[in-house]
Ligand binder design. Structure first.
Ligand SMILES: *[C@@H]1O[C@H](CO)[C@@H](O)[C@H](O)[C@H]1NC(C)=O
Ligand SMILES: *[C@@H]1O[C@H](CO)[C@@H](O)[C@H](O)[C@H]1NC(C)=O
Ligand SMILES: *[C@@H]1O[C@H](CO)[C@@H](O)[C@H](O)[C@H]1NC(C)=O
Length: 678
């Protein structure tokens, strides 16, 4: 199980010393000084003016450090907390004193995401025009936004903090530390901010190849699949058909938050280099703008009639009170690009009579026990998760077989989503999502009923949910997981116009201990650019050894545990003088711990898993770094997936340190990887 400790204090290395306070004074003689009290360190709204409403006032300036999910990450002590004066629902506007724009400015923002009603605005004094706007991200932890203001350099401007959102939840915006001029870009030498906000947002898709656009966005992974704009979650419809791998994603093109679900579509010849195709599935048309109906998760199969998508038609029963909430419908294509809805939909009209409405995520598989096409569907009896089984008699005719498996003690959740059932080696594997975690069970299946022998977590890290399996045309069992999860509010890429990412493609196998293992597919080797640095056999003593500086790379280590005398060793990844992701292997209890408490804008916490040493008493780690993404594959088949989102451009360091003795590394290599979009 995972454990988080979001309250560990941040090592604010150097930050406090470097942050010089902006002195009040005549802005005209100091073009880059910014407004008075730009970081609220007076503890008051001195220099700011309440323009309207009661959302802001003398109680708005606070110096609290943490909220329910961790640190605010304000600059120094004080900041404006949008709820402090009059709660979530209050509205109003706060305005800074006037100052001259330089060529760049930056500030911290957090709070609700609502581009029209919650924003920080840059206003030109001469005509009152709002030049730039930035909303929150549905998180209380601050992000630094950087604005290119060179078009207005020298002009008199001010900042407004605007709240016209009356929602009970995320109806507020927080603000801190406006910086104008050179200080806007960094916290001093060696700590240059990654750019979030308008400088990236402004580019429109289609102007440049994805390769260039994705490269420019400093937080954008280069080979983990992302959508250029919008929100994605579950991977769906995974299939290799006529030599091409297809990856669909649950997709909201109209915002960086979840919304009416479409299916985004991408194709690849190697399951590494994806190319976007037109949106494959749309939500049903609606007149009601609050209608959340959509094309939910599902799967793909092919036969002589073409390629078929079979998925959940989710109907928002608030907008359609008499409808069945979830049915199974199909869409087909003869060429794999455009999909036509089947005329006889739905193919399954809903859950069996009397069962709860929750009934989703059909996943097909070929069942060798009776040579038929079957599918599993996630369900519930309101106490335990359930998996229902259906059988096809032809492409569009499906009938219920029964309940293939259900929980008995609620310990993996009261509802199960995204089930997959597959033969693997001489066993069967059932995996599903419950309690916002991915679970697998290894056991047997007789064509009707699954019997579990062993249970475990699909992923030891924080950023994985809704994994989907598929068998490729060479017979390998491959899988892709959403590198995100529901409990986390961390989507720091929102200001850059996108949210959500898919994992690299992995191959599934049965581990030595009978559990489900993951290893990266061989095709990922094609991402290598430049030379692999062979770091050879090394003896690491207590002192920290630098292994390199890369953030789009693959690091492979083999540790000779027999010859190692240290009690533990720690790899420091995505490291600069202010932050790092730590990976510690404890040799005595064989535990690998991932620590992101001081790593960046991503989910802070600690996650651990026991890693069994391999043959010859060695430990291998195969680590994929992709700017903001981190995937760590241990030799025994354990994987940790995490979204880190470093704050600083210099956070690329890789080093290792041994504790109480020596670590013997053999076959260490560091390979720079390129973009899968180029
Ligand atoms: C929050 O407010 C916005 C507009 O101010 C509205 O469009 C949206 O539906 C509201 N969301 C909720 C969950 O109430
Ligand atoms: C989804 O279900 C709703 C409600 O039953 C129905 O109106 C709609 O046509 C269905 N959509 C599709 C694509 O079949
Ligand atoms: C293993 O040991 C380390 C260091 O003492 C400790 O932090 C960790 O919690 C231990 N893990 C387990 C599973 O015992």
């Amino acid at each position: 199980m995972s454990s988080t400790s979001p309250h560990t204090p941040l090592l604010k290395l150097g930050l406090i010393a470097l942050a010089t306070s902006v002195s009040a004074g005549a802005p005209h003689s100091r073009p880059c000084a910014g407004p008075t009290n730009a970081g609220f360190e007076s503890g008051t709204l001195e220099g700011w003016e309440v323009v309207s409403g009661d959302a802001f006032g003398s109680k708005s300036v606070v110096n609290v450090q943490t909220y329910w999910d961790g640190p605010f990450h304000q600059d120094e002590d004080f900041f404006v907390l949008g709820t402090a004066q009059a709660g979530e629902t209050a509205v109003g506007e706060l305005k800074s004193g006037s100052f001259r724009a330089g060529s760049v400015m930056s500030f911290l923002v957090s709070g609700g995401y609502d581009p029209d009603h919650l924003y920080v605005g840059l206003v030109r004094e001469s005509d009152g025009k709002i030049l730039l706007k930035q909303t929150g991200i549905n998180d209380e932890a601050f992000l630094r936004i950087t604005w290119d203001t060179s078009d207005w350099r020298g002009e008199s401007v001010h900042i407004v903090i605007h709240d016209s959102n009356t929602n009970e939840s995320w109806g507020h915006i927080n603000f801190d530390d406006l910086r104008v001029g050179a200080r806007a870009k960094s916290d001093g030498p060696g700590l240059t901010f990654n750019v979030l906000g308008q400088q990236v947002n402004q580019q429109s898709a289609g102007e440049e190849p994805a390769c260039t656009l994705f490269e420019k966005d400093q937080l954008r992974p280069q080979y983990h699949y992302t959508q250029y704009t919008g929100w994605i979650n579950d991977p769906a419809g995974l299939i290799e058909w006529n030599g091409k791998h297809h990856l669909f994603s649950q997709y909201n093109p109209d915002g960086v938050v979840w919304g009416p679900m479409h299916w985004a579509h991408a194709v690849s010849t190697d399951a590494v280099h994806w190319r976007e195709l037109p949106v494959a599935l749309y939500p049903s048309e609606t007149e009601n703008e609050n209608d959340e109906s959509g094309a939910f998760t599902g799967s793909a199969f092919s036969d002589s009639k073409g390629m078929h998508l079979i998925y959940t038609n989710f109907t928002d029963t608030n907008a359609h009170p008499d409808a069945v909430q979830e049915t199974v419908i199909m869409a087909s294509s003869t060429h794999g690009i455009n999909f036509d809805l089947y005329g006889g939909n739905p193919v399954v009209a809903g859950p069996p009579k009397g069962a709860p409405a929750f009934f989703r995520d059909p996943k097909t598989f070929h069942d060798p026990t009776d040579d038929t096409l079957k599918m599993v569907i996630g369900a519930t009896n309101n106490v335990d998760g359930q998996v229902r089984l259906y059988r096809a008699s032809d492409t569009f005719s499906w009938s219920e077989v029964g309940l293939v498996y259900e929980g008995t003690d609620g310990s993996t959740g009261a509802i199960w989503e995204c089930p997959n059932l597959l033969p693997l080696g001489d066993k069967w594997v059932l995996f599903y999502g419950g309690l916002s975690l991915g679970w697998y069970e290894v056991g047997s299946f007789d064509g009707t009923t699954f019997t579990s022998e062993k249970r475990g977590l699909l992923n030891a890290g924080p950023a994985s949910y809704a994994m989907q399996w598929y068998k490729d045309e060479s017979g390998r069992d491959l899988a892709i997981t959403w590198m995100g999860n529901w409990p986390t509010p961390k989507w720091p890429s929102r200001p850059n116009g996108w949210a959500g990412q898919q994992s690299i493609t992995r191959e599934l196998f049965l581990r030595e201990d009978g559990g489900l293992g993951h290893r990266p597919i061989a095709e990922l080797d094609s991402l290598a650019i430049g030379k692999t640095e062979d770091l050879g056999r090394r003896k690491i003593k207590a002192k920290t050894h630098r292994l390199g500086s890369e953030n789009v790379a693959r690091l492979k280590l083999t540790v000779d545990l027999g010859a190692t005398t240290a009690s533990s060793f720690t790899l420091s990844l995505l490291e600069s003088k202010a932050e790092a992701t730590l990976l510690t292997y404890n040799i005595e209890n064989k535990t690998l711990t991932l620590d992101t408490t001081n790593a960046g804008y991503g989910q802070p916490g600690m996650w651990e898993a026991e890693i069994a040493p391999e043959a010859d008493n060695k430990l291998t780690l195969d680590i994929f770094l992709d700017r903001s993404m981190l995937e760590i594959f241990a030799g025994d088949g354990t994987v940790f997936s995490a979204t880190v989102f470093p704050r600083y451009q210099e956070s690329t360091g890789i080093s290792i340190a041994a504790e109480d003795g020596e670590v013997i590394l053999k076959d260490t290599s560091l390979t720079p990887l390129g973009s899968s979009w180029c």
